[in-house]
Design a protein around this ligand. Structure first.
Ligand code: PLP
Length: 223
């Protein structure tokens, strides 16, 4: 058995006792590599491009839980809704409304996470913490008909400064608590998806429930 299956087993052994879920980030990797991870017991896969996800899906077992983790353009929402278990990367209210409309039209419920921008980089997508707090304080989520907001997703600053990474993750966890104080009627707002290959230990220490790991499992990506 190769590196992929060894790494899946190692990560499951490390994460599952503490109840942390592993999202295997398989973007840019071929279906046979996903198959090796699947055969080692992995069931949640994260993809960041709509067409790539839709191409791989029919090549792989149907009990895979697909998470979309990339920037989603509103004109691609119709292709994705109904094909994934969770859209982790909702980064605008316009996108949220488009997902709600597409899900309602299809008579299904879509699980989403709201992406929070806490990193120092200006290029990362997501809501500012105060924008999200306003959204929940104003109870705007009550207008949603077919979307269930299950929690928050975030990326930390890309830096070697471990204190900055820790403070990014801690502020996401604090935001989740502030949102629940502002809207205690929210149900199932439980997920904190944070932590990647280089920083997942710190993310878990800050309360992450789902880590998104690509490079550690599948090796470097050929973009
Ligand atoms: C690519 C990607 C990851 C995985 O990053 P690695 O460093 O390869 O573990 C996690 N989250 C998101 C949103 C990504 O785009």
């Amino acid at each position: 058995m190769g590196h992929i299956s060894d790494e899946i087993r190692r990560l499951h052994g490390e994460l599952h006792p503490s109840g942390v879920e592993l999202v295997a980030v398989s973007k840019f990797h071929s279906a046979d590599k996903l198959r090796e991870a699947y055969d080692a017991g992995q069931r949640i896969f994260g993809e960041s491009r709509v067409n790539e996800l839709l191409e791989k899906q029919p090549l792989l077992p149907s009990d895979i839980s697909w998470h979309f983790i990339g920037h989603l353009q509103t004109n691609k929402v119709g292709k994705l809704v109904g094909r994934v278990d969770m859209i982790e990367s909702v980064d605008s209210l316009r996108l949220l409304d488009a997902i709600d409309a597409a899900a309602e039209a299809r008579g299904i419920t879509v699980n989403v996470l709201m992406q929070v921008h806490v990193a120092a980089e200006t290029t990362k997508f997501g809501f500012l913490p105060d924008e999200l707090l306003d959204y929940f304080t104003s109870k705007s989520f009550e207008k949603l008909k077919a979307v269930h907001i299950c929690g928050l997703m975030a990326m930390a600053t890309n830096t070697d400064d471990s204190r900055r990474i820790e403070s990014d993750f801690a502020s996401v966890a604090a935001l989740r608590r502030r949102i629940l104080e502002a809207a205690p009627e929210l149900r199932g707002f439980d997920i904190l998806s944070m932590g990647m290959s280089d920083d997942y230990h710190t993310a878990i220490a800050c309360g992450s429930t789902h880590v998104r790991i690509g490079t550690d499992i599948f090796g470097p990506r050929d973009y």
